[in-house]
Design a protein around this ligand. Sequence first.
Ligand code: ADP
Length: 262
Amino acid sequence: SDARLLEIRIMAYGDNQKLLLARDVTRLRQLEQMRRDFVANVSHELKTPLTVLQGYLEIMSMMPAQDEKQVQAMTDQTLRMKGLVDQLLTLSKIEVSTEVDPARRIAMGLLLEQVAEEARAVSAGRHTISVEIDPALDMFGDELQIRSACANLVQNAVNYTPEGGQIRVSWRHREGVGRFEVQDSGEGIAPEHLPRLTERFYRVDRARSRQTGGSGLGLAIVKHALNHHNSHLEIQSVPGEGSTFGFSIPSNLISAQQPARA
Ligand code: ADP
């Protein structure tokens, strides 16, 4: 249709004077939409060839007289690319979802235990990962988004904490809101990086992050997921000592009743 989208700004100046500015953002919004669709399509299309590659590599690795190192290197890179594509898909899904259905109850205790279990698998005994949960505290929202947010934060804690480190995950009441925190004893982040950390592909140390297999999309996913739940990411960090990533879920999206039984 030829409906136009206008962005209106009203500015006050002088003695009760007002200035109204209108900008036609139709084209801008169309371009944004096209970019999001493109990313979603590309990630989706990449999934199939990657799965095929992975399958053949698995077969190759079982055949005799193979150069094991080469097959292993190809397998690692394929897995990395698959991780990146998965993250891209998650981000584009979360970016386009406008409203969150507030009626869906999320069993946070179960979700966080699963998230911690996955993190323990990645850590493979190199870190102590503890979870402290108020079992009666659930929240309402989009389970996939909240799971992605929590999983990315806990995985990061594992990725950026040296061997022997401590990681604490907590979810409890604090002054009327639901408070999630993951605290690590890792390398920490210098203050100048903090404002840009949730930008797509922003990393403090590119080489280091590549080693951990990171995509640079994790915190962008967290940011969008939390925005949809009237929340935002808070980061506290002391270089060389560790970081705490946290968010608060407002009172209208939490429940203090007994968790629903499946
Ligand atoms: P990546 O896939 O590179 O981990 P993220 O978006 O999840 O991407 O994080 C962006 C960057 O923020 C990381 O590359 C890393 O430099 C920094 N970062 C995230 N979490 C932590 C943490 N717990 N401790 C130290 N640095 C972190």
